[in-house]
Design a protein. Structure first.
Length: 253
């Protein structure tokens, strides 16, 4: 066993949707985002830091045509994809009486349907580099709100993340025979664009409900993705890993 290489993703091609900000940026090695200027800027910054190489492919993956274009662009640059991290997502908060139908359409489309679409489209690229001892990986970024009942009225978001968790295990049951693993991560509170307003209003209350008594750091998210992407996580498939500082298991009276 080579411990020095156990958590290495050297020479692997990693595609991360929503990689230009927030949690996606925390785990960024290769980026895909709908914002071309931001995506290019992040790619340059990551290339300057090294040691890997990052390239940007801006795409609005809420549209199936853009999903297909994105995969086509990657096919021109790389022989295959070792790791696909489905991180791009949307949220919408509104009271129960006023919650709009288009909110469910938008959130479920991006958070669930397009995760399936992109994974499906990437299968040929994933299979090209997958082996039995080092399978290709699909990592879906869910949420603790897909496990618990959230206090905020984000009906479509929590529903979509619960669906994504189930989709991940369903995919894992069929992809294993193709040397591809599929796992889901359920983050708790992290500093991100999606969480910014909530943390500004409720950070003290949120932290009080976390046994580790802090908000998640970039290293916390990067670490679990590195584990699942590397040799260390090669035999893990169908798992749902909460990265939440213990908030889901905190005892409450």
């Amino acid at each position: 066993m080579n411990i020095n290489k156990l958590f290495s993703v050297k020479d692997k091609v990693v595609l991360i949707t929503g990689g230009s900000r927030g949690i996606g940026l925390m785990i960024g090695e290769a980026c895909s985002s709908r914002s071309a200027d931001v995506c290019d800027k992040v790619a340059k910054e990551l290339n300057d830091k090294g040691p890997g190489k990052c390239f940007s492919i801006p795409a609005d993956i809420s549209k199936l045509s853009e999903v297909k274009r994105l995969v086509g662009e990657i096919s021109k640059k790389e022989r295959g994809i070792n790791v696909l991290i489905n991180n791009a997502g949307a949220n919408w908060g509104e009271s129960l009486d006023k919650y709009p139908d288009e909110a469910f359409e938008k959130v479920l489309n991006l958070n669930v349907k397009r995760v399936f679409s992109l994974t499906q489209a990437c299968l040929p690229l994933l299979e090209k580099v997958a082996t039995n001892s080092d399978p290709a990986r699909v990592i879906n970024i869910g949420s603790v709100d897909g496990i618990r009942t959230p206090a905020l009225e984000t009906y479509a978001y929590s529903t979509s993340k619960a669906a994504l968790h189930h989709l991940s295990s369903h995919l894992a049951s069929h992809l294993g025979s193709r040397n591809i693993t599929c796992n889901a991560i359920a983050p708790g509170p992290f500093q991100s664009k999606m969480m910014k307003a909530t943390l500004e209003k409720f950070e003290e209350s949120i932290v009080s409900g976390i046994p580790l008594n802090r908000i998640g750091s970039p290293e916390d998210m990067a670490g679990v993705c590195l584990y699942l992407s590397s040799k260390a996580g090669a035999y893990v498939s169908g798992a749902l890993i909460a990265v939440d500082g213990g908030s889901l298991v905190k005892a409450r009276i």
